[in-house]
Design a protein around this ligand. Structure first.
Ligand code: FDA
Length: 318
């Protein structure tokens, strides 16, 4: 599985393949499965359709590991446009961002400056809104090389009373300690298993250990103490076993269904997403938009070969 994942990550990072895929029409149907639109307007329209089904969205502008100032500006501007558009459409305010798309590759001070601009924009428009779900600039967690700085960025935003949230990857050995710190301050935390091919020295790499680490993290995040502190957990997983487990721990520790949410990727297990809504769970979808769809989409294939079926089907239909 790690070899498969590494190969897909290599395909995602290859500029030649990315340019070819973006120019070719062959794989367009594949991208539309996982991508909510080419620009903010289309993404907001998709988010409105989802809202009609009781599903919230977190907008994410496509583009990662960006090493040009011009592209960083473009990424930030796209989100600065999307935030008021979401508010104008009456949608709950939530955007996700990778530190490497808003400047961390060039310098962390640039990344910080941009994160502040985005979080302030969320705070600004959220003030007038009345949606009960917490508004947030959600920091995605990328490879372990940027883990500490990303967490530090989260704490700096919160010290300035800005609506920030952060993603924690349960597969990292350090994550239980990080979660305890975050639980103590009543954080909005998205828990995921982790999507990078990290070394066994710092991460659980075997499936059974990855699942056990996710459950251990759920125990911390859904403890009675975390509830009393005002933690708002988001479970970022498509794994029904993990969701069932969290539901059980949550119930045992007195969490109500509106005190936490389940997050999935747009296009992955849509039937299951809707069943969860019918059962009264809060569901939010990570909704990417923009033109740089190849790296994001091929990473989804890296996470599970099941998603390869979409590629083959879309190629057959092209
Ligand atoms: P996993 O892939 O481990 O599958 C477990 C089981 O779930 C499968 O055996 C199957 O039963 C079921 N299943 C999963 N996918 C299915 C499918 N397509 N069809 C049918 N059944 C399926 N990672 C990261 O490192 N940093 C980040 O910031 C984020 N952010 C993020 C946000 C959100 C909203 C999500 C949902 C995920 C992320 N991730 C992430 C990715 C995450 O770390 C992880 O790689 C993927 O979610 C895949 O792991 P799962 O827990 O979903 O199930």
């Amino acid at each position: 599985m790690r070899l498969w994942q590494r190969t897909m990550i290599r395909l995602a990072r290859s500029r030649t393949i990315t340019d070819f895929m973006h120019a070719s029409r062959l794989m367009r149907p594949f991208s539309s499965r996982f991508v909510g639109g080419g620009d903010a307007g289309q993404a907001v329209a998709t988010a409105q359709e989802l809202a009609g089904e009781g599903i919230a969205a977190s907008l994410f502008y496509l583009g990662e590991y960006v090493d040009s100032e011009k592209l960083v500006r473009e990424n930030v501007d796209a989100l600065l446009k999307a935030i008021p558009a979401m508010a104008a459409a009456g949608l709950p305010l939530h955007v996700s961002v990778d530190p490497t798309q808003i400047g961390s590759v060039l310098s962390w001070s640039l990344c910080r400056e941009n994160a502040f601009r985005l979080a302030r924009a969320v705070a600004e428009v959220a003030r007038g809104g009345s949606h009960p779900a917490r508004p947030a600039l959600m920091l995605d967690m990328e490879d372990a090389g940027v883990n500490r700085e990303t967490l530090q960025l989260y704490f700096t935003l919160r010290e300035n009373d800005l609506p920030a949230a952060v993603t924690i990857q349960s597969y990292l050995h350090r994550s239980l300690d990080d979660l305890r710190d975050l639980a103590a301050e009543g954080a909005f935390v998205r828990l995921v298993k982790g999507a990078f091919a990290e070394s066994p020295a710092i991460a659980h790499t075997v499936r059974s250990a990855r699942n056990a680490s996710f459950k251990a993290a759920v125990d911390v995040l859904f403890s009675q103490r975390a509830r009393e502190r005002g933690v708002y957990p988001a479970l970022g997983t498509h794994d029904h076993r993990m969701i069932d487990y969290a539901g059980m721990v949550a119930q045992a520790n007195g969490w109500r269904r509106q005190d936490w949410e389940i997050e999935m990727l747009y296009g992955v297990r849509p039937g299951y997403q809707r069943r969860l809504v019918q059962q009264g769970f809060r569901v939010r979808l990570y909704l990417p938009f923009g033109r740089s769809w190849w790296p994001y989409s091929i990473r989804r294939v890296g996470e599970t070969p099941r998603n390869l079926a979409f590629v083959l089907r879309s190629m057959a239909g092209a």
